[in-house]
Write a protein that binds this ligand. Structure first.
Ligand SMILES: CC(C)(COP(=O)(O)OP(=O)(O)OC[C@H]1O[C@@H](n2cnc3c(N)ncnc32)[C@H](O)[C@@H]1OP(=O)(O)O)[C@@H](O)C(=O)NCCC(=O)NCCS
Length: 161
């Protein structure tokens, strides 16, 4: 099935290990998603995502979760749903390493798609560095913030085939 070939792989970068995640990682993933996102997913939403076939990649060091990447593949299209790195491990290349792990081991995938907040410069730079191109915008895509403002999403894609 497209997008699954990384399941048997393991990548070691310095003190970090990147591997396929499972429900056993979800407690730590849930905590990191709460820290990293203003509007986070519930534990149940993450659990249901894995149950319904989403793929999880985790990056860990010394038994501690450093980051994760959640994606979904339908036929030859992959969507990056979430990527996050814990504050103490930011700017160490781990988001890039997880993304390259995903890209390098995604057999049968012709395009990777994602949406990112217009204001999220760190993520937009990350994706641009990986070769993603901006393909459009979704107006007011994200839920209103405390001031009642909705933020636009930038659509980005990486063509692999
Ligand atoms: C976006 C995020 C995952 C990047 O993680 P990271 O491990 O610190 O990123 P990396 O160290 O792998 O950086 C790779 C590239 O991303 C870009 N980047 C990362 N952080 C950046 C920042 N704070 N400012 C500008 N560019 C940044 C740079 O291009 C960087 O390459 P460089 O180091 O050669 O300049 C992290 O900031 C995060 O978890 N943010 C909160 C969650 C989020 O917004 N996720 C994305 C939307 S789903």
């Amino acid at each position: 099935m497209a997008g699954k070939s990384w399941w048997r792989h393991l990548k070691l970068t310095g003190h970090f290990t990147i591997r396929a995640g499972s429900v056993n990682d979800l407690t730590a993933v849930y905590e990191l998603n709460r820290q990293a996102f203003d509007s986070c997913w519930s534990y149940q939403a993450l659990y249901s995502a894995l149950e319904s076939g989403y793929d999880l990649i985790v990056c860990e060091t010394g038994g501690e979760l450093a980051g994760y990447l959640l994606s979904m593949t339908i036929l030859d299209e992959m969507q990056i749903m979430q990527i996050a790195v814990a504050k103490q491990f930011l700017r160490l290349g781990q988001a890039e390493a997880m993304s390259r792990f995903l890209i390098d081991t995604s057999s049968g995938v012709s395009v990777i798609l994602l949406e990112v907040r217009v204001s999220n410069r760190a993520a937009r730079n990350l994706y641009a560095k990986l070769g993603f191109e901006e393909s459009g915008y979704r107006k007011n895509y994200y839920a209103p913030d405390v001031t009642g403002m909705c933020e636009d999403a930038v659509l980005m894609d990486l063509k692999l085939a």
